[in-house]
Design a protein around this ligand. Structure first.
Ligand SMILES: Cc1ncc(COP(=O)(O)O)c(C=O)c1O
Length: 282
């Protein structure tokens, strides 16, 4: 099931070709995207997702259609989704730099998709993760803006290769580490730890994406009296915490039960509390 709409709100056949072969998004992965969860017709964290899309476009120095166009296309997909049979949808916003040698007019669309069975399994059962080197230092982002660290670009081939590496090692997910051994993020997720009544995550200044799901969880946790900390931490902390989660818009807040073949602490009550906190936002 797919619902595809263009930025003027027009619906198009999701199985028909949409992009020219010389579109820079196709040829070079030169574009940006967002993936948003829509539950019962309501998009979650739409403002932060659109803020991040604008930030990514800024880092990429590419033109982006105006925010009102994105809001319109989001609504067009929501209005045409079969909510009676599918109460949740993953909504992808994609924008490329346009055609090679063109005038820089960006090309974009929004596509609603069903939540895949693999994601539902991970939400329900938790995941085994492996730590993999990402190959950059946590202070590189400001020194080397051309690397686009912290931008959500379409160039996810490395992230997907890391996921295949995890699968070849019998795991479901990856936790990337920096050259100093500190924890960065997953290929499509933010790492969150619980230490007592404190939630901890890696700072975006380490060159990672600022997670909207982690942001929503921390917002609710602070209201409920938890402490939250955004600070660099070593991979050893993964094994010494009271819980480890991978957070992202569609997977939600998924518990990690095993890292590099070693069981890490899990607590069903704590996991339920963390998920209640996250859901209390909506
Ligand atoms: C690299 C990376 N980090 C973190 C996240 C989590 O972000 P969000 O919670 O906004 O979905 C994603 C989402 O896909 C991601 O691709």
């Amino acid at each position: 099931m797919r619902v595809l709409a263009l930025l003027d709100g027009t619906l198009v056949d999701p199985e028909a070709p949409l992009f020219r072969a010389d579109d820079l998004g196709v040829m070079r992965g030169d574009g940006i995207f967002e993936t948003i969860l829509v539950a019962d017709r309501k998009p979650r964290e739409l403002g932060p997702h659109l803020d991040r899309l604008e930030r990514s476009a800024g880092l990429m120095q590419m033109r982006l259609p105006e925010r009102a166009a994105w809001e319109r296309v989001v609504q067009a997909v929501i209005d045409n989704w079969p909510w009676d049979t599918d109460p949740q949808m993953a909504l992808k916003l994609v924008c490329t730099r346009g055609v090679d040698g063109g005038d820089g007019t960006p090309n974009g669309f929004a596509m609603g998709m069903q939540i895949g069975p693999d994601t539902l399994r991970k939400r329900a059962e938790g995941v085994a993760a492996v730590t993999l080197e990402r190959g950059y230092a946590p202070d590189l982002m400001d020194r080397a803006p051309w690397l686009l660290l912290s931008a959500k670009t379409l160039s996810y081939a490395v992230n997907m290769a890391a996921m295949r590496e995890a699968e070849s090692r019998g795991a479901d997910e990856v936790i990337f580490t920096a050259t100093d051994g500190s924890v960065l993020e997953g290929p499509t997720s933010t790492v969150v730890l619980a230490q007592g009544r404190t939630l901890l995550t890696t700072p975006p200044s380490s060159g990672i994406l600022k997670g909207t799901t982690q942001g929503a969880l921390f917002r609710a946790a602070e209201k409920a009296g938890w402490k939250t900390e955004v600070a660099k931490f070593p991979a050893s902390a993964l094994f010494e915490s009271d819980g480890v989660w991978l957070a992202s818009s569609v997977r939600l807040v998924t518990q990690v039960h095993t890292i590099d073949g070693t069981a890490v602490k899990t607590d069903a009550d704590l996991h339920a509390e963390i998920n209640r906190l996250y859901e209390s936002n909506y």
